[in-house]
Design a protein around this ligand. Structure first.
Ligand code: EPZ
Length: 430
């Protein structure tokens, strides 16, 4: 089993290039099967969740060719099945985007129930409610979600709670429906806007993405496009907190600073220096870190996907900090691992009460999910001595070349295959 072997203690210093946003790329990939024409996608991250979705699309007849590592050419003119149930697809959450895309274009989809990180209850009732409102019949049968429609007709859909996935799925299903669809209480995340921009570049008529109300006028056909996916705000934020926890100085490049505002606001409260330019942000953490309070919220609030990373930094700050998770009820599972490294955190329900400590010490720990895994890597890079992180396959779902990018900033981290290699790393770096 692959592990990260880490020797902590070096401040991370330098520049790091941020890749395309995984959570934008997933729905965009799915939506690219809604045309028979060729679609060119640029800035596609080379991470496991993307590659699983791409393989599932190839299994039903989508032709995919990489022109380079991050540029792919897709043609879905010869789809031969609407059933997607391979073993890998069951492990990712974003499989559900294939329902919206297939239903939207072909009026028929059968997709294995989504998996994904175990961070709390991950219902799909809002997706189903939306598909039904457009006229689809939706059933769950032998682990498959089956959606069928004679025809799809636009409707007024109110989202009972803000859901990124349901907003984008309904957008896809409604893009080629008859008439107008309005999605009220829609998610406003940058990836929702990116999907709308992508679909509009294919000829869709979607207005209001990025606000609470999205209005879609159905079109009869979508055409090919050449589109560049936005930078990953969560990857960028992760490196920003890696700089902070290690008391470093890191510039994240190829970012949209506006998407990082809730993160930079918290970093300023914590006493870090931030320098923003058009497409990069520099974070310097030269002073002792200050405590603060954080509540995760839908965009433009502080992202739940950054909650473990800020907690790792706050646990090294002076005083008591409070972090409240409002999106997923089970997203503090990493706290036990962080405690092994010396953190002092008490979790009460969905709130973590953090008493700052002066340092972490290295330990053998396990990544419980994608973002928590990345946060634990940051903790290990900040810690005194050696750490080993297991179950790094979670981290590989969403971070491209994570250890290589950290190495380029001076982090002592290697991906090793077994205890012998781990021992060699310790001898080399010790
Ligand atoms: C997306 O998940 C992301 N995943 C998550 O990123 C991210 O944490 C989350 O949005 C919130 O930003 C992908 O994009 C693949 P939601 P999603 O629907 O779409 C409830 C990462 O680390 N809900 O916005 O599943 C739900 O239980 C991952 O990259 C319903 O009740 O999130 C949750 O409490 C992890 N019914 C809340 O809404 C539904 O039908 C928000 O979920 C759907 C959701």
């Amino acid at each position: 089993m692959l592990q990260y072997a880490i020797k902590g203690g070096n401040p991370l210093v330098g520049e790091v290039e941020i890749g395309g946003a995984k959570n934008a790329a997933l729905p965009i990939l799915a939506a690219s099967l809604m045309t028979d024409d060729t679609v060119y996608l640029d800035n596609l991250p080379d991470v496991r969740d993307i590659n699983v979705l791409l393989a599932a699309m190839e299994n039903i007849g989508v032709m995919a060719k990489h022109a380079s590592r991050h540029r792919v050419t897709l043609n879905a003119g010869h789809i031969n099945s609407f059933v997607i149930e391979d073993d890998n697809i069951k492990r990712i959450r974003a499989s559900y985007y294939l329902i919206g895309a297939l239903l939207g274009k072909y009026r028929h989809a059968e997709v294995a129930l989504p998996g994904g990180c175990n961070i709390g209850s991950r219902a799909i009732d809002l997706h189903i409610k939306g598909f039904r409102a457009l006229g689809a019949e939706v059933t769950i049968d032998h682990g498959l979600i089956k959606a069928n429609a004679e025809k799809l007709v636009g409707n007024h859909i109110y989202m009972d709670s803000v859901s990124v996935g349901a907003t984008m799925n309904i957008m896809m299903a409604a893009a080629m429906a008859e008439g107008k669809t309005t999605i009220e209480n829609a998610a406003k995340e940058p990836h929702v806007v990116d999907l709308a921009n992508f679909m509009n570049s294919m000829g869709a008529n979607i207005k209001g993405a990025g606000t609470d109300v999205i209005r879609i006028k159905g079109v009869s056909k979508l055409h090919g496009t050449d589109y560049t996916i936005i930078p990953d705000q969560i990857e960028a934020g992760t490196f920003m907190f890696a700089a902070v926890a290690t008391k470093g100085d890191v510039t994240v490049k190829n970012v949209i600073p506006k998407h990082l505002e809730s993160i930079t606001a918290k970093l300023l409260e914590m006493g870090c220096e931030i320098d923003e330019e058009d497409d990069c942000v520099r974070v310097v953490a030269s002073k002792p870190l200050k405590h603060t309070q954080v509540k995760t919220l839908p965009y433009p609030g502080f992202p739940t996907d950054m909650q473990p990373q800020i907690t790792v930094a706050l646990a090294l700050s002076e005083g008591t900090s409070i972090v409240t998770e409002t999106i997923f009820e089970n997203r503090f599972k990493y706290v036990d691992e962080l405690t092994k490294m010396g953190a002092s955190i008490k979790v009460e329900g969905t709130t973590a009460i953090i008493d700052g400590v002066s340092k972490y010490t290295g330990a053998s720990i396990t990544a419980p999910d994608l973002r928590a895994g990345a946060a634990l890597v940051i903790a290990a890079l900040a810690a005194e001595g050696f750490s080993t992180i297991d179950d790094i396959n979670y981290i590989q779902r969403g971070y491209e070349d994570f250890h290589l990018k950290l190495q380029s900033l001076g982090g002592q981290i290697e991906m090793v295959e077994n205890g012998v290699e781990n021992q060699k790393f310790r001898l080399k770096t010790g």
